[in-house]
Design a protein around this ligand. Structure first.
Ligand SMILES: [Zn+2]
Length: 211
């Protein structure tokens, strides 16, 4: 179940509570290691223009959900709650949260990739941020190499470029696209499901990629 600990726009936020609660109950059945009750903190941070929603695994017991009150397609916005909660819950399970870092660029690649594959496999949506199907493979390879060599300090300063929009490369969501591509490669190579990766750390995923 969920426990609301803060409203940002109470009137808007309340319309999404039921979907958040149902989604969290559902994901708990798939991922038994999740806390039985999760705190929901409504905010206005990181809203994706395509869905009017933002999610953030703030800590091992709190997920931040941001809802754009002006987003026109309310049905789409409600539908996108479930994949958002599934994605953030996967981060909580993997302990990839705002308070449990810092995480390297490669950790970000792998954990974002796994959460994005999880929501795709279990909610049936290719999110725009994880959709690498139209990205030439040589670009994915090149960005992966670059991310491998970014120091923690540089990543801390430039993570917005790599995660959301890189002004020089002119590409959105590089970390997510590369991570989703890598996760799919690992799953395909070892004939595994995303649930079988849920207890694995990023370095284990990277060794599966090479093995
Ligand atoms: Zn994420």
């Amino acid at each position: 179940m969920i426990k609301i600990i803060y409203y940002h726009n109470e009137k808007t936020d309340k319309n999404f509570e039921k979907s958040i609660d149902e989604s969290y109950r559902e994901v708990c059945k798939l991922l038994p290691g999740l806390p039985k009750t999760i705190n929901i903190y409504f905010s206005d941070f990181g809203i994706i223009p395509e869905s009017g929603i933002g999610g953030f695994a703030y800590s091992p017991d709190t997920i931040t959900v941001s809802i754009d009150p002006k987003f026109k397609d309310k049905n789409k916005q409600i539908r996108d709650i479930k994949p958002t909660i599934f994605h953030e819950a996967f981060h909580v399970l993997q302990n990839f949260t705002g308070t449990t870092g810092p995480f390297s660029a490669l950790d970000n690649v792998i954990y974002e990739g796994m959460a994005t594959v999880f929501e795709r496999e279990h909610c049936g949506v290719w999110q725009p941020y994880g959709d690498y199907r139209n990205v030439p493979e040589k670009n994915l390879e090149l960005w992966f190499k670059k991310l491998e060599h970014i120091s923690n300090k540089d990543f801390e300063e430039k993570y917005r470029d790599w995660k959301f929009y890189h002004p020089k490369i002119k590409e959105r969501w590089i970390v997510y696209k590369v991570g989703t591509w890598i996760t799919d490669k690992v799953l395909d190579k070892h004939k595994l499901t995303i649930l079988e990766l849920s207890k694995k750390k990023s370095d284990e995923i990277l060794s599966l990629l090479i093995d």
